[in-house]
Design a protein around this ligand. Sequence first.
Ligand code: NDP
Length: 546
Amino acid sequence: MPRRKFADEEVVMGRWPGSVLYYEVQVTSYDDRTHLYTVKYKDGTELQLKESDMRKLHENNTNRYNGEPDITEVNSSSQSILERQRIESERARERILERYSLHPRKEEKRTEEKYSEERIFETPKTVGKVCLKTKELEFGGKIGAFFMIFLLPGTVFYLLLMCTQKDPSVMNFPPPFPTFESLWETRVFGVFLLWFFLQALFYLLPIGKVVEGTPLLNGIKLGYRLNGFYAFILTAAAVGISLYFEVELYYLYDHFLQFAVSATVFSVVFSIYLYARSLKASEQELSAGGNSGNIIYDFLMGRELNPRIGNFDLKYFCELRPGLIGWVVINLAMLLTEMKVQHLNLPSLSMILVNSFQLLYVVDGLWNEEAILTTMDIIHEGFGFMLVFGDLVWVPFLYSLQAFYLVNHPNEISWPIASAIVALNILGHFIFRSSNSQKNLFRRNPKDSKVAHLKVIPTATGKNLLVSGWWGLVRHPNYLGDLIMALAWSLPCGFNHILPYFYVIYFTVLLIHREARDEHLCKKKYGLAWEKYCHRVPYRIFPYIY
Ligand code: NDP
């Protein structure tokens, strides 16, 4: 065991990187391998420091830290030297505060806002930074995680079963759970596997450019092949050929619950594999949120951040391919089934709207595939049961709930109503797409002419925060757009039942919770600069409401 001088939770003086100034910091952890301490400054900034850059608190220092640096570099009793040092240290401090945009003292006058990325200075060195143990557990901790593992599939099956009822009112008693025999069919599982591996094959095709993701904690950038849109075109061609040869997509509707069971079984086995392989992963490859040491919690949250088999990125593949493209195919199957069971020559207007809106969403996501590389899922989330199940079961089987519902619960809508719903969807889509693209472009190239004019707040990490444009309206404009669209997807189902509104209700809860998680992460990451951003942009998702 290497000897360490400072204990966890201990309050010590830590040198601010690149300066002669020492601030009071609290030790949060120590890495035996790199011999670096992770320390937290009063403004929330977390950095890693060498032992030589840290000191014990002065025994006679009764002046508790209030953002004042402790000048301990020179020790002289001379009044003038001390005075010179004081002035010099104030200057140095000003330079550093400006440099890293850190303003630990509340009464400090605000420095002028910087409007250009060029004014951002070097990033504090965090070389050798590795993933730390997860201390703050989410979703109700270990017990919450245990229940989530059952709650997620339970919700899917409850909603799908309810949707098969003639009167799908959630006030009704749930229908009896089907027998195991009726839920499992090996052929269905085979079709699911075929689908999954077909998508994997499309992913492997050497078409589409390879781009770099955002830097990981260790500074490495992973390469990602962008060929999701090609995969979609190839899938469309395959589905078209199947229909030409009279393959009945009705099979998908007829065995819908069995497909959901197959996808769930696959997700469980896949997640076990992911957990097992994560035990061999190096610390640098672990996610910050799924490394608690508790097997259930880490299984749910995902220990490894970017599990890969060679260049095959399992998380990136699952995020956009089998589930997302599968959702469109399921919707199409529902559309054809509706025509069949309702004896229609053309699909209903409601079904056309639901299909078109969701097709647009998926195609747009695949066309702008690169934007996913700056999302929370790719940057922060470990790949465990929650994401696997979300990608492979929740998205395809629950996001298609409106189309599934319309098959047996038709809802006629007039053209004016349909036009209003279309307008709502276009509005939501516009906000969603432009805000996501704006942030993505800004993160990739802040000097791009489309974003270079936007106002920013510099942060201590060297990354800036947008404070004008979409990201100056609310702190999550992309969530706002997504929620407006979610409403537009449910409206074609009418107001007879709440079931088709599940998506917009669940999505509101999810995005509010997600926003809080992101807020927490950003506060940790950006400290005072994030607080400044929140002050400038007070609303989270809904302008003037929330
Ligand atoms: P975001 O794409 O909003 O990513 C959040 C990150 O953006 C932050 O961690 C921060 O990361 C960066 N950021 C935050 N504020 C600013 C700012 N002012 N300027 C610059 N960068 C900023 O979140 P998500 O990954 O949750 O969502 C991505 C999209 O996916 C959204 O449109 C969302 O609606 C959608 N989504 C859809 C789901 C679905 O099931 N349909 C589920 C979840 C999300 P950093 O600073 O490190 O770059």
